[in-house]
Write a protein that binds this ligand. Sequence first.
Ligand SMILES: [Zn+2]
Length: 83
Amino acid sequence: MIQENLIVGFIQSLLILLIAFIFVYKYSDIRTKTTHFVCPNCASRFKLSKLKFILAFKTGFLNERIVECPKCGYRGKMPIVDD
Ligand SMILES: [Zn+2]
C-alpha cells in the first residue's frame, strides 16, 4: 500500500515536471521567435537559441537578460526587443 502511494506520488511529480518543462519550452519557443537582442557594443541584432534563452541570466528586470553577442563576443545586460 505504502509503496503504491510512493509510485503514484513519483508519477505525479514526473507529470508536473513534464508539464512545467513543456511550458518553459513553449514560452522560450515563442519568445525566441518574436524577439531579438541588440548588442550595445557593435549594434548587431541577433536571436538566441531556445536553450540559450532558457539559460540566459536574468538581471531582475523583466525584459533584460545577460547574454553574449555572437558577433563581437561582448557579454552583458541587453534588453529583449520585440521583432
Ligand atoms: Zn556585439
